[in-house]
Design a protein around this ligand. Structure first.
Ligand code: NAD
Ligand code: IPM
Ligand code: MN
Length: 360
């Protein structure tokens, strides 16, 4: 098969980790006789530096006309980078939000799985890490606080800021539908996470999730408040199968879930819509503190590329081949510094990519 992939290397560690994912994709193309054509586009800080905006219309067009988008990460150090002196609509993150919205990528899948080889890197107590866990966070991605109207204005002599949190029925219904479909293919349990004891959007969320649940009688549904969920994730992560939640809660909970898998450098993600076009990116950011050192963990990006093969290209066998190679790398005790433990083989970003390719 021939596929066109829009590639956004982005900022910070982005180029380093994307190069490793492309290395792996090229090896898969060779092994399975596919052709992957890559088209690089700029987004984030690098696009601001080149064009004054975080995402140009031309770059967006390339993404829209591709079969899938592979993204590293965008952004800089929000304390020190000059990008954060710009108007908020011109900052790196505005490019990411724009591409998600313009492509209509409402469903963000973030699988958090504790590889048994990484049990030692999990910060939780041994009785929990040895038992392992396997959950997927299904995060709504194009609504909520991220996309509500916002402003800062002076009222009665002081600045007042507001961010509007909005969800409509159809937005909740389509992500709930996706969550239940995924649950049917997994452990048939869905935990919907909200703040229904306070927020109207959460009360609507709960109502619609219960309606959608009627069509999936085989799925066990529970509703959990988000503060409790944050606690349960470190107390007993094995209780979760599918975690369905809104945009902001999903952002926060997925970083938490990533760390219990051993490192944020392990958590892949897919941003999907109704048809096959999707965007694939690690859940982590541009890690400005370690950029340019060839030490970042590229596995989240490599595993995101595997998700691209599965969800956008229908290449299940090829995706599983990458996932198995990652498992073998871990079983061979090959580790980047974020998951390294004494006695193991410490490797760089590019050596990790090579190690995966060798095991495909
Ligand atoms: P971050 O995820 O970039 O980094 C948090 C910590 O995790 C850092 O210590 C970093 O070194 C470490 N880390 C992250 N990825 C790693 C990897 N692959 N291997 C090893 N260690 C890794 O979060 P942050 O520091 O809060 O944000 C930095 C910038 O990234 C901000 O500008 C933010 O907006 C942006 N960001 C972008 C995306 C994205 O492009 N999708 C996602 C999250 C954050
Ligand atoms: C993520 C990131 C983004 C988000 C930021 C960079 C806008 O944290 O993909 O998790 O909050 O969605
Ligand atoms: Mn995040």
């Amino acid at each position: 098969m021939e596929k066109n992939i829009a590639v956004i290397k982005g900022d910070g560690i982005g180029p380093e980790i994307v190069n490793e994912a492309i290395k792996v994709l090229d090896a898969i193309a060779k092994k399975y006789n596919h052709t992957f054509n890559y088209k690089n586009i700029l987004m984030g800080g690098c696009s601001i530096d080149a064009y004054g905006v975080p995402l140009t219309d031309e770059a967006l067009e390339v993404a829209k006309n591709s079969d899938a988008v592979l993204l590293g990460s965008i952004g800089g150090d929000t304390n020190t980078s000059p990008w954060y002196k710009l108007d908020p609509t011109l900052r790196p993150e505005a490019g990411l939000l724009k591409i998600r919205k313009e492509l209509g990528l409402f469903a963000n899948l973030r699988p958090a799985y504790l590889y048994k080889e990484l049990a030692g890197a999990c910060p939780l107590k041994e009785s929990i890490s040895e038992a392992g866990f396997d959950m997927i966070i299904v995060r709504e991605l194009t609504g909520g606080l991220y996309f509500g109207e916002r402003n800062t204005k002076e009222i009665n002599g002081e600045l007042v800021a507001h961010d509007n949190l909005v969800y409509s029925e159809h937005e909740i219904r389509r992500i709930a539908q996706r969550g239940f479909e995924i649950a049917m293919k997994r452990g048939k349990k869905l935990t919907s996470v909200d703040k229904a004891n306070v927020l109207d959007t959460s009360r609507l969320w709960r109502k619609i999730v219960n309606e959608v649940a009627q069509d999936f009688p085989k799925v066990k549904v529970e509703h959990m408040l988000v503060d409790n969920c944050a606690m349960q994730l470190v107390k007993d992560p094995a209780q979760f199968d599918v975690v369905l939640t809104e945009n902001m809660f999903g952002d926060i909970l997925s970083d938490e879930a990533s760390m219990v898998t051993g490192s944020i450098g392990m958590l892949s993600s897919a941003s999907l819509r109704e048809d096959s076009l999707g965007m694939y990116e690690p859940s982590h950011g541009s890690a400005p503190d370690i950029a340019g050192q060839n030490i970042a963990n590229p596995l989240a990006t490599i595993l995101s590329a595997a998700m691209m093969l599965r969800y956008s290209f229908d290449m299940d066998e090829e995706a599983a081949c990458i996932e198995k190679a990652v498992e073998k790398v871990l079983a061979d005790n090959i580790r980047t510094v974020d998951i390294y433990k004494e006695g193991m083989t410490k490797v760089s970003t590019s050596q990790m990519g090579d190690a995966v390719v060798e095991r495909l």
